[in-house]
Design a protein around this ligand. Sequence first.
Ligand code: NAD
Length: 476
Amino acid sequence: MEIKEQEVRSIVTQLVSRFFASADGKADLQQDTAVGPGLFSEMDQLIEAAEQAHYELMSMTLEKRKEIIRNIRQAVLDNLETLSRMAVEETTLGNCADKEIKNRLAALKTPGVEDLEPFSYTDDYGLTLVERAPYGVIGSITPCTNPTETLICNGIGMVAGGNAVVFNPHPAAKKTSNYTVSLFNKAVLNAGGPANLLATLSNPTIESAQAMMKHPKISMLVVTGGPAVVKAAMQSEKKVIAAGPGNPPCVVDETADIEKAGKDIVSGASLDNNIICICEKEVLAVDRITDSLKEAMKNNGAFELNNLQIQKITDLVIEDPGRPGHEGMPNKKYVGKDAAIIAMDIGLKVADDTRILLCEVDRDHPLVWTEQLMPVIPIVRMNSADEAINFAVKCEHGFRHTASMYSKNIDNLSCMAKVMNCSVFVKNGPNYCGLGYHGAGFTSYTIASPTGEGMTRARTFTRERRCSLIGHFRIV
Ligand code: NAD
């Protein structure tokens, strides 16, 4: 009897769905429908619903998964302005124009199902096939600095990998996150995908994040944030992908194209008011070119502060300078604010379109050692490229997150790339090029330096499985 391909697929689908449906009966789930689809007020219910969605997704074809991802991308693109505005209004961090750039990048350049390329080995014994399988239900804890961008890139990557996602967003971004997740769910349903494939707690807290970390049905945790959440996740005894803080140094040596370096550093360091972890946080310039570099920066939107203004701004934006040579704490009130607004609070009027406040300081200054996440950028004079590179390693704190260099000396470029040992290293361009914005390659807003995955993608959220077929199946 001849069985057509479509019939075979339908039989397999039925078998898989019967298996998964019987694995755990359908729960009576209480959605927080007052807010939108995919939103829950209770963690257990949320995780049950996501688990059910995962089983349903597993019974669907890869083509269906691709359609789901296509719809999510389109939903984001159709709502760029709303998502960006909501995030700025709710968190008061960053600016709408830059958030639109970041959200568009996440929608377009986050890898989808195509990232799960299977591969095979063949030899005299036969064929071994390697495919990428989902973990199941992934718990994703997201930051307030890139609230929608992280939901988009985690959401697309995790679903592309065949998982369902339970989000516990930052409490300071919950309205925006609820809106984004319900948008995702509508897109999934419109594609014929399962309800609650990407679900969230409508009122997330740090306590609910910690409850999620311990929940037996969460098979993997993906956390994006500062040191506290990374530490908490590492103690969870689960598989963890942790994306932590950075303090990216940017070295400029005497061989660099100084005009380009000045323009690019201002552009990179000011993107979304510097709240992205990969943004340039301190500039280390070889003495010979420091004055011309500062001029180039000032010609491209930097405003240079004098010593008294630097003192005042440091008192304002650094809450705790920490010990010498160690990280301090920024004043959260100024994180992600416009340069002109920060300047105003020290009684300084600068043009509204000022992109960064530039502060020449010495190497022990707390602005150098603290991850401020705001457009107040220190610049330090160095005697040589070697000295700058050595110092960059120190003030990056061993996060191994992001660093950059402007130089035409290939020995210097190679040396810094090697010794920084970072997940992202950018040569002769703004750091955002390393995110795939005006740079080659895919994007991610979860850069897992502590656990080593670097720029996360669909395949990062999958398990590798192999099947060995012995005796036959070579075709040569
Ligand atoms: P944050 O650490 O305050 O919050 C991040 C998330 O973790 C939030 O959802 C928060 O509720 C949760 N959280 C915080 N402490 C927790 C704890 N003890 N237990 C459980 N959950 C906890 O960070 P933020 O202010 O939202 O984001 C800024 C920080 O995140 C910066 O340090 C930045 O460098 C880092 N970041 C890193 C990446 C990356 O890809 N490596 C991306 C974005 C942000």
